[in-house]
Design a binder for this molecule. Structure first.
Ligand SMILES: *Cc1c(COP(=O)(O)O)cnc(C)c1O
Length: 410
């Protein structure tokens, strides 16, 4: 034997913190009990039970993606694997691809397209701004792409591309397919695959859906699926070949052994979304994120992105002068057991508002941890004012909701 038996390995119980950290960063996010229970189960990856699970996942996904006709599949892998699956199945070598780049993750779509040997044009959007229709139109006319990639929410710098529907319409006027990365946004805000005519949407498990990381979903439009079926070349990717994956997701047969537990977990995550209903879930996220933002500003901090370009799913906060972001995160984690995220560039810290994060009790704890940590690092924060702004915004939403309901005829 060349490799010796390892020494010093301890059971996870010895390493994991006693009190779980409250995961308020940019993902993974806390998961509800039914999701973690499902994740503890292994069943046969083929057969009657699995068929029923898969059928339900597809039916629930049709609702969550808002498309009756989308070809829905799960992917064993991170959100990035689903991104790669969209790209390698829709892009042939030499194809012109336009990548709308707002930040780190939208650039990843460009990188993936590059590696798929596409002819890539990156449309670099000014930092902190959403893509403008004019800029996208000019780039489409110049580059004549077969495919456009865009993120709905750019998690890295908290920018929100709020004109997706119009961008999609514009792209289709030029016979261009549209791929949307909705890893952090799906089920947290409106995204209508059919109505907005989007050709592929990808999402991960660990963000908006509040499932586990490592099992993702992808949905192809009929147009995109026809395009995939019409390809005669053999893909270089075997695991990510959508035609092969389709054998499992629509043909009850073997492609690779599905990550059974993760598939069961995402089933439960989707079931909880359906049970809550999309309108109620969108409202919960809007209320929670708006209140969080009010709380942050209320205690004296400023937000990174201007309101009209700002994402609600992940909130970016400017780090006050003379504060080291790493030290701030460390203090919040060690002293208050709340984790938030640092950044991939700008001097910001980020708080997630995805799935289970968007609950009032988590907001109070997070605002307190942030304010108290800054106070202990010598920056004076008005934590009571932050709490007050948080609470009054939550109440405002409840009152306006009651008003809305009383105005709506039964
Ligand atoms: C997190 C994220 C990804 C990548 O997901 P992984 O599971 O880390 O691969 C891609 N796009 C967006 C918008 C994300 O937020």
């Amino acid at each position: 034997m060349q490799v010796k038996q390892p020494s010093g390995i301890v059971p996870l119980d010895y390493i994991l913190p006693d009190e779980p950290l409250l995961m308020m960063g940019a993902g993974p996010v806390p998961i509800p009990k039914p999701v973690s229970n499902a994740n503890a189960i292994v069943i046969n990856h083929l057969g009657e039970t699995m068929t029923q699970v898969i059928d339900q996942i597809k039916a629930m996904s049709a609702y969550v993606f808002q498309s009756e006709t989308a070809r829905i599949m799960g992917v064993a892998g991170p959100g990035s694997a689903a991104m790669e699956m969209a790209i390698v199945n829709l892009v042939s070598p030499g194809d012109h691809v336009l990548c709308v780049c707002n930040g780190f993750f939208s650039n990843r779509l460009a990188e993936l397209s590059d590696r798929a040997d596409a002819n890539v044009l990156r449309l670099n959007i000014n930092e902190g701004e959403a893509a403008s229709l004019d800029a996208v139109q000019a780039a489409i006319i110049k580059h004549k792409p077969k495919l456009l990639t865009i993120v709905q929410g750019e998690t890295s710098n908290t920018v929100f591309n709020h004109t997706l529907a119009q961008i999609s319409e514009l792209a289709h006027q030029h016979n261009c397919l549209v791929v949307v990365d909705a890893v952090c946004t799906l089920s947290t805000m409106p995204l209508e695959m059919a109505a907005w005519d989007i050709d592929a949407i990808i999402t991960g498990g660990q963000k908006g859906l509040s499932s586990i990381p490592g099992v993702s979903l992808i949905a192809f439009s009929e147009r995109a699926w026809d395009h995939i079926l019409s390809r005669k070349d053999k893909l270089k990717h075997w695991c990510l070949d959508a035609k092969l994956a389709d054998q499992f997701w629509h043909g009850k047969s073997y492609h690779y052994t599905a990550p059974v537990s993760g598939v069961l977990a995402i089933h439960e995550a989707l079931r909880l979304v359906c049970e809550e209903t999309l309108p109620a879930r969108f409202h919960r996220h809007l209320r929670s994120s708006t209140a969080l933002q009010a709380g942050i500003e209320g205690m004296g901090l400023s937000l990174y992105v201007e309101k009209k370009h700002r994402l609600n799913s992940v909130v970016g906060i400017n780090v006050p002068p003379n504060v080291d972001a790493k030290q701030l995160l460390q203090t919040m984690s060690v002293d208050y057991r709340v984790e938030i995220s640092g950044s991939f560039g700008p001097d910001i810290v980020r708080i997630g508002q995805m799935g289970e994060q968007s609950r009032a009790h988590n907001l109070f704890r997070t605002i307190h941890a942030l304010g108290a940590s800054l106070n202990s690092l010598g920056v004076s924060m008005d934590v009571p004012a932050g709490m007050s702004a948080l609470e009054s915004t939550l109440q405002w939403f409840d009152q306006s909701k009651t008003a809305e309901q009383s105005l709506t005829p039964q």
